[in-house]
Design a protein around this ligand. Structure first.
Ligand SMILES: Cc1cc2nc3c(=O)[nH]c(=O)nc-3n(C[C@H](O)[C@H](O)[C@H](O)COP(=O)(O)OP(=O)(O)OC[C@H]3O[C@@H](n4cnc5c(N)ncnc54)[C@H](O)[C@@H]3O)c2cc1C
Length: 384
């Protein structure tokens, strides 16, 4: 089932991209199923994808982007995630990095000029470091420090679960620069130096989720991103976009699970007819399609609000928890619909179900999204 394209610009952007993904990216995703895609190989893929505008579809033309809407970008992103969430997650982080760099104030134009063109071309990889071994849901508790030393900061601490971490050429890391102040600092792997180690997970090992170690890393103060001390406020702003994007990762998964299930239910015969002709199977297909569409529309609503310049943390949190949790259900239903075959590596739904379990965790768990939504509605926070 295809997404509803609203205009000619979207049709052109999505259809040509879909053809490219089928021809060039799907075979790579199959080849590296459950295996780490080496950096050089991932770079070839991201460079190919960059020719279609991602990660800079929504970046202003003056900064080298296509200047299209976030909704159009989300439509393209769905196509990618329906083919590979591993590659989708890698591109999603670079997308966040491209938008962040493009929107930096003029006082930080030097960071934009140095890092944006390569990210947009798919030549380099960025990452955002917030989480630490003892700091997950409670972002305000960050322990990594950035100690001022003249016109430099000395960064010390460990980050974990960092998407693109092992691939990264540079990172924007959140560190404590004062007792109550968090700041973002851009750290370059080659110029300033940090170490990374990949984390092996239940799924999504094709891309990199990594630990990052900063051991008294000396970084010029001019690498502060946004204002010093505004780290918490800006992290929340990053989450607004990131959460709707994580929702789209799940839409891609649901779409792949649904398409596999439709094909299988027409092919597999039991009791003398295709299983799609059994009403309980038909109902499952209808539910999977409806949940996928509902999740997609919730993400699109959040992106439309962002396109209109309307702050939408609540809508983005709603889209994130709903899409990610529904992906767990839809992908699990896809396994059930495939019967015993669904448990085997010969069919994709086994992998999709494992991948779906991962996605409710990054960028704030389902529980945290619900606490944020409720706090916005009642004015009463369950956490400070
Ligand atoms: C694939 C992947 C990619 C990631 N990418 C990045 C990245 O690029 N950068 C980055 O900085 N981080 C990243 N993360 C980390 C992610 O953001 C954290 O894992 C997430 O915020 C949860 O933190 P935690 O794992 O420490 O769980 P914890 O915070 O320890 O939570 C454990 C459990 O307790 C629940 N819980 C915690 N507090 C409350 C509360 N107040 N009320 C109710 N329940 C609560 C949680 O919902 C969860 O179920 C990634 C994680 C994954 C899995």
């Amino acid at each position: 089932m295809k997404i509803c394209l609203q205009n000619e610009e979207q049709r052109l952007a999505v259809e040509s991209f879909r053809k490219f993904l089928d021809a060039e990216v799907r075979p790579v995703a199959r080849r590296y199923r459950d295996q780490h895609i080496p950096k050089d190989r991932m770079r070839e893929i991201t460079q190919g994808i960059a020719e279609f505008g991602l990660p800079g579809v929504s970046v202003a033309a003056e900064h080298g982007g296509l200047g299209m809407s976030l909704v159009t970008e989300a439509m393209m992103f769905e196509e990618l995630c329906a083919v590979s969430v591993d590659i989708g997650l890698c591109v999603m982080i670079n997308k966040g990095m491209a938008v962040t760099l493009a929107e930096l104030p003029e006082s930080q134009a030097h960071l934009r000029e140095r890092y944006l063109p390569d990210i947009m071309a798919g030549r380099t990889f960025g990452g955002f470091c917030i989480s630490e071994p003892d700091v997950g849901s409670n972002v305000a508790d960050i322990k990594a420090t950035g100690r001022r030393d003249g016109d430099h900061f000395i960064i010390k601490g460990e980050k974990t679960w960092i998407s693109n971490g092992h691939y990264s050429d540079f990172l924007i890391t959140t560190v404590r620069t004062g007792e109550k102040a968090l700041s973002h600092i851009l750290v370059d792997r080659e110029e300033h130096g940090y170490q990374t180690r990949n984390i092996d997970k239940i799924a999504l090992n094709g891309q990199s989720t990594a630990q990052v170690f900063f051991d008294d890393v000396r970084v010029p103060a001019r690498n502060i991103v946004w204002e010093e001390g505004a780290g918490l406020k800006n992290t929340m702003k990053l989450f607004e976009k990131a959460r709707a994007n994580v929702g789209m990762l799940s839409v891609g998964l649901m779409r792949a699970a649904l398409e596999a299930s439709i094909a299988y239910s027409k092919e597999r015969h039991q009791f003398g007819k295709p299983i799609a002709a059994h009403q309980l199977v038909a109902a499952k297909i209808a539910e999977m399609a409806t949940l996928t569409d509902a999740a997609r529309l919730m993400c699109f609503r959040a992106f439309s609000m962002m396109d209109a310049g309307i702050r939408c943390d609540v809508q983005s949190s709603m889209a994130k928890w709903f899409a990610t949790e529904m992906a767990v259900k839809v992908c699990r239903d896809a396994v059930q619909l495939h019967g015993g075959n669904g448990l085997t590596k010969e069919f994709d739904v086994e992998r999709l179900a494992r991948e779906a379990i991962v996605i409710p965790i990054p960028d704030g768990t389902t529980e945290i999204q619900k606490l944020m939504i409720s706090r916005a509605l009642t004015g009463i926070g369950a956490f400070v």
